[in-house]
Ligand binder design. Sequence first.
Ligand code: HEM
Ligand code: HEM
Length: 185
Amino acid sequence: MSLNAKTKYSGLAMLLHWLIAVLVIVQWQVAVAAEGAPDKAASGQIMANHFALGVVIFIVVALRLVWRQVSPPPPPVASQAKWERTFARIVHLSFYALLLVMPVAGWIALSSFGEPISIWGMFQVPALPVPKNPALGETIFELHGASGIALLVLAALHALAALKHTFIDKDGTLYRMLPFGTARS
Ligand code: HEM
Ligand code: HEM
């Protein structure tokens, strides 16, 4: 290991990672709150926050991906097996794919009802010029809901793997994504 080998993500990458993680959990809880709402009007009001936050998450993830080109991740931890690296790469790729496709799917679905997305009344993301087709919109939303569950399962696996690597294997994985602690190459 060379002394100045890069072992940590950049500060901005860390900030965006944890921001995305928090926003995804909030986004999920907003959907859960809407499901538990007493009636359709209340549920619609809560879901309006989910739609707007979905646009925000899309933008933050896009920023993260641009920054990833400017400041690439540190090389993988050498002590990790090849299958672990491959598995981690697939999970990370799936996160980015889901976090970009899910909001776009939501936008297309809402457009099938002819509805724009209001960003908390400040401005609107207009409906796409797609034919009105509420049945298709419903189907896309159902797939979106299932993808949301898959995303949460992956996030739980991902967090458990990070904790296992850090506290059982003691290979410093978590500190790659934190501004303190010792990460290893
Ligand atoms: C990256 C951004 C997004 C994430 C991570 C996300 C995540 C989720 C999650 C976790 C659920 C709950 C699934 C369940 O408990 O069954 C959900 C449901 C839902 N989301 Fe999103 N969402 C995002 C963006 C959007 C956008 C932009 C829209 C609409 C414009 C939208 C519309 C909906 C709807 C209508 C549901 C209810 C679906 C159903 O079960 O029928 N979401 N979303
Ligand atoms: C919804 C929640 C989360 C999402 C969507 C998420 C997403 C991601 C993604 C996409 C990467 C790859 C970064 C890149 O190379 O561009 C990553 C890396 C990482 N995440 Fe998360 N994450 C989440 C929650 C967590 C949690 C709760 C922890 C810790 C307990 C965690 C710890 C890490 C660590 C340590 C890395 C660096 C892994 C390495 O390169 O060896 N993440 N995460």
